[in-house]
Design a protein around this ligand. Structure first.
Ligand code: HEM
Length: 446
């Protein structure tokens, strides 16, 4: 009996020693990370417009620090400059206005399914979390416009694809916050649920890609959507692995969903809080498109006040608040030298709210972007999609999506913000509205 007790105690003692050793090792690794002479995380506002310009145009990308779980060698995270240049050159035409306007039927179709969903919710009683609704819709939009897939996640509150995307995002965020996540055994079960979700998404997209390749091989007519451009990567380099093509798929879902969802949710919040702006926007929509069912690209171009509203929302509430770059050479900023190879966050959120660059910066005022006033806005003080070669490839996509959807909402519904909800910011990988923009929706009577 005594021997058994001794063995058990011995095992417990060994486990405790291993565990304590493990904790000491983690804390030493943490200290090493904080004292690395090379790349380290720092964040500040560039002191001058020249500083911002020089950095954005000449700085490198930020890929190596971002988890590769999700997007691997996709456009956002790829760090190999030569490979990135090649990919971007092939994919750029897919996201140009001239190509996207050909897909206006898709933008309308997904927006219409979303309107059907909102109609069910617009009973004047129910509390609707607009951020969640927009996020579902944004997923459907990417699936449809990029891959010609009808995901229809707006039709169900519990779609496996949406669930997997949400779980993956959560893991993405936690992994970015904690470099040692994977080393903590008590988190392994959680990590497994995240990796299973990512695997589910990759398998789903693998199937979609295989279907398309089969159709091409059979000579079937296939739509010239964004997927067809992604497949051109394979034509251009037959050595490209299937996993790398999947990285591209995942990248567009990740980069294009939450960002656009946040933009539209913030638009609803800003409009609900600024009734004068809302009235003027409604007047424009009534005059330019009235009750027109299909909103064309040309219609959107005529909605000039809507354009100003989108830009002002992106100034006050940029969905990406601090994109990053790695310095490629030492840089002098406000009297400090930043060594080459330092990861730096460009605080575009703070720059666009700075009194140095904008009058009365915390006031929501779309007039800042009227055609005359906009000429005075310095490019390097307002760049929600960033600038330079790695600027957001999806900015026109997001613009068309947000404008089409918001026009249709304003044609049909009114929204009232629920009182006493949190009005602050939800900071994850992106910046969203903390209270998820809880609204009471009603059908527009006039
Ligand atoms: C309001 C919506 C959006 C905002 C605010 C936004 C913002 C950004 C920002 C700040 C970057 C980083 C650029 C840099 O580091 O210089 C970026 C990159 C990117 N975005 Fe967006 N984005 C939006 C929507 C979209 C959409 C709808 C898509 C695709 C469907 C997309 C795809 C991408 C991709 C692929 C990149 C990486 C580009 C590269 O490195 O070549 N984005 N976006």
């Amino acid at each position: 009996m005594n021997t058994i007790i001794s063995i058990v105690l011995g095992i417990i003692a060994i486990l405790v020693i291993v565990f304590v050793g493990f904790l000491i090792w983690i804390s030493l690794e943490r200290r090493k990370l904080n004292h690395l002479p090379g790349p380290k995380l720092s964040s500040f506002i560039f002191g001058t417009i020249e500083g911002i310009k020089d950095f954005i145009e000449n700085g490198g990308s930020f890929a190596e620090y971002v988890t590769e779980m999700f997007m691997g060698e996709g456009l956002v995270t790829i760090n190999d400059k030569k490979k990135w240049t090649w990919k971007r050159a092939i994919l750029n035409p897919a996201f140009q206005k001239s190509h996207l306007r050909k897909l206006e039927d898709d933008f309308n179709e997904v927006s219409d399914s979303f309107m059907d969903r909102l109609e069910k919710l617009a009973d004047g009683k129910r509390v609707v979390k607009m951020l969640d609704e927009f996020n579902h819709m944004a997923l459907d939009m990417i699936a449809k416009v990029v891959y010609a897939v009808d995901l229809k996640s707006v039709d169900s509150d519990d779609n496996p694809f949406t669930r997997a995307i949400n779980k993956s995002f959560e893991g993405f965020q936690k992994n970015a916050e904690d470099k040692f996540l994977k080393l903590k055994p008590w988190k392994w079960a959680y990590i497994k649920t995240v990796t299973d979700s990512i695997q589910f998404l990759r398998n789903y997209t693998r199937e979609q890609m295989a279907k398309r390749m089969e159709a091409i091989a059979k000579g079937d007519h296939v739509q010239e959507d964004i997927l067809s451009f992604i497949l051109k990567l394979k034509e251009s380099d037959p050595e490209l692995s299937e996993e790398e093509l999947l990285d591209e798929f995942m990248t567009f879902f990740v980069a294009g969903q939450e960002t656009t969802g946040n933009l539209m949710a913030f638009m609803v919040m800003d409009l609900a809080q600024n009734p004068t702006v809302l009235s003027r926007l409604l007047r424009e929509i009534d005059q330019v498109v009235g009750k027109k069912a299909v909103i064309s690209y040309d219609d959107l171009n005529k909605l000039t006040y809507l354009d100003m509203v989108v830009k002002e929302t992106l100034r006050l509430h940029p969905p990406v608040g601090q994109p990053s770059r790695v310095t490629t050479k030492p840089m002098e900023v406000a009297g400090y030298t930043i060594p080459a190879g330092t990861m730096v966050g460009v605080a575009l959120f703070s720059i666009a709210r700075s009194e140095e660059f904008f009058d009365d910066p915390l006031t929501y005022n779309p007039e800042r972007f009227s055609p005359d006033a906009e000429k005075k806005v310095d490019t390097y003080t307002y760049f929600p999609f960033t600038l330079g070669p790695r600027t957001c490839i999806g900015r026109h996509f997001a613009d068309i999506e947000a404008k089409t959807v918001m026009t249709k909402i304003l044609q049909r519904y009114t929204f009232e913000l629920v009182k006493d909800q949190p009005m602050g910011l939800l900071e994850t990988i992106t910046i969203g509205p903390k209270g998820r923009v809880q609204c009471i929706l009603r059908i527009r009577e006039d």
